[in-house]
Design a binder for this molecule. Sequence first.
Ligand code: RIB
Length: 331
Amino acid sequence: MATIKDVAKLAGVSVATVSRVINKNGYVNDGTKVKVDEAIRKLQYEPNAMARGLATRKTETIALILPDISNPFFPELARAVEDVARTYGYTVILCNSDSEANKEKEYIHILKQRYIDGILFSSHSLKAEDVELMNKENIPFVVLDRAPVQVDCPVVRSKNFEGAQIAVQHLLDVGCSKIAHIYGPQEIATARERLMGYEDSVKHFDWFTPSLLVEGDFSIEGGKRAVELLMSRHPDVDGIFAGNDLMALGVMKKLHQMGIRVPDQIALCGFDGIHLTTITEPEMTTIAQPIYDIGMLATRLLIKKIEGTSENNRVHEFDVRLIPRGSTERK
Ligand code: RIB
């Protein structure tokens, strides 16, 4: 395999000159550049990406830190990130933090030493101070989906509060008269905002009582456990808004096992719009986030930051939309 020295020898220039041509830094006259390019072509020389990264401080690599890759919402997000990154010539390194603050910190520490050009982050534990530190260290950074309330970096996410209100209104529209909410972990902003949206929509109804709120953990099993508890408290509930699709899937399964019919006895609505919601019977009504668009915009913003053409740090919030399906279709 040809080395940079072979290229320099064939082109009749120094190794430093070849390096300047490859890394496009420093002046090289056009004639020398042509000679070097020809030598590279003849020898089929492939510059070592690592070495180039050391020279240019750029590796065309970005990291995507996600909290839970076993939840299909996040692979769907990652798909968009990878697609967009590739079109700009970037490679994506995927890090799964298992929603553990320590793992997230470890990843950031490791990534800083690996010449990553920037980081896309979806985290429940990220604090404004962490972002401040990353900014001080000049690490381009974009937060997507899960974000602390105020951070000094671009944030891309959905309108969670409004989405919850749309879900409740839909359940009311199909005739539900006692609607419960199974909410996600309250340290996560998206889960908190959906809970607030639900509360805001139901607080004035006589039937509302705080025991209609049951905690889940954004997982299928969490949804199953929560609905069991809910039915023991309120056997007369006739509508459930689950804070994400995975919990809604768990709720549907458990209700089926309990012999309770969806949608006739209980109408059920999830949140996210993951593909899995189309394969249940009945299909699941959901509040769909534009998952692909979130990943796409976040990646574009990060690349702009890396390339120094970014706009101000601000929060980009996408609209969500109701997809009415069989789980809320009452005859
Ligand atoms: O399903 C995972 C949930 O966590 C999604 O609703 C997403 O918005 C995130 O915060």
